[in-house]
Design a protein around this ligand. Structure first.
Ligand code: A2H
Length: 253
């Protein structure tokens, strides 16, 4: 836990009905995976969502009509930030594990892919954000390596019941030009550092240190309404639009 509160944008990734049997009590509601991000300007490049397979999640009432899937810890924080049907009290309609969530089809704001899927990533922390992460493999080394692992290892897909069509059609989408690492900076740094899997924690942390600074402070948007604009300036504009259109909400912890 840092000293200053972290202000996340929660991206409302809509679960496309019909829902699986375990989630049938949610029928008729608008259900979202609520993914915490610090980089809302990267949402164009989403290829999937990440959950921790053995993580504990729940479907919590946000209003009479809307439900967020996230950790209980995040639902409690949200309830104290005026995002719960009953003030300051999270209501869970159904308990879920990450494994239950894997394979859900999603529509996510700004994403060029019109349907994406929830997939397993082993480095998701359930004590940070919402325990749901949206995946942008062009600009995040963690996302890039976790997607590579699923693409290149059929046994890894099989272990978590991941179907080929949830993974194999999804290519890396260039969205930001990095001054030193080009249009797919996460892929480039992972190749340069010869990172072999999502489990190489130290190498991945180094890779992130190397690309994030330049990507954020000197990167340029190459897609969307703000193409040509510096990432740093586009970030707050894109965040405001997502909040205004109710495709995202603000969340601090
Ligand atoms: B970011 P901080 Cl393209 N477990 O979003 C693991 N990682 C998590 C998480 C959790 N429970 N909750 C959020 N995150 C990720 C996009 C992105 C992010 C890009 C580039 C950098 C980046 C797409 N994934 O973050 O530890 C989310 O990934 C670099 C800071 O709270 C979230 O933003 O500082 C970021 O980590 C929050 O990290």
């Amino acid at each position: 836990e840092g000293v200053l509160p972290q202000e996340y944008t929660l991206i409302k990734m809509e679960v496309v009905p019909p829902f699986p049997a375990k989630m049938s009590v949610l029928e008729g509601k608008k259900v979202y995976l609520a993914a915490a991000t610090l980089r809302p300007e990267t949402m164009y490049g989403q290829t999937n969502a990440w959950v921790l397979p053995e993580g504990k999640y729940g479907a919590f009432e946000i209003s009479d009509t809307e439900v967020f899937i996230l950790t209980r810890r995040a639902a409690l924080n949200l309830a104290y930030q005026r995002l719960s049907r009953i003030a300051e009290q999270p209501t869970c309609l159904v308990e879920l594990t990450g494994q239950d969530i894997i394979g859900l089809p999603l529509r996510s704001p700004l994403a060029f892919n019109d349907m994406i899927y929830a997939l397993p990533m082993l480095s998701v922390l359930t004590e940070k954000g919402t325990g749901i992460v949206t995946s942008v493999p062009s600009d995040s080394p963690d996302d890039y390596m976790a997607l590579q692992d699923l693409k290149s290892k059929p046994a890894f897909r099989a272990k978590f019941g991941v179907k080929d069509e949830w993974v194999l059609p999804f290519e890396i989408i260039p969205i930001i030009n990095h001054p030193d690492f080009g249009d797919k900076s996460a892929e480039r740094i992972c190749i340069e550092k010869k990172i072999k899997s999502q489990n190489e924690r130290e190498k991945l942390d180094e890779a992130k240190k190397i690309i994030y600074k330049g990507g954020f402070y000197e990167g340029t948007m190459i897609v969307g309404n703000y193409a040509g604009m510096k990432v740093q300036e586009a970030k707050s504009l894109i965040r405001s639009k997502l909040l205004e259109s109710n495709e995202a909400v603000s969340y601090s912890e």
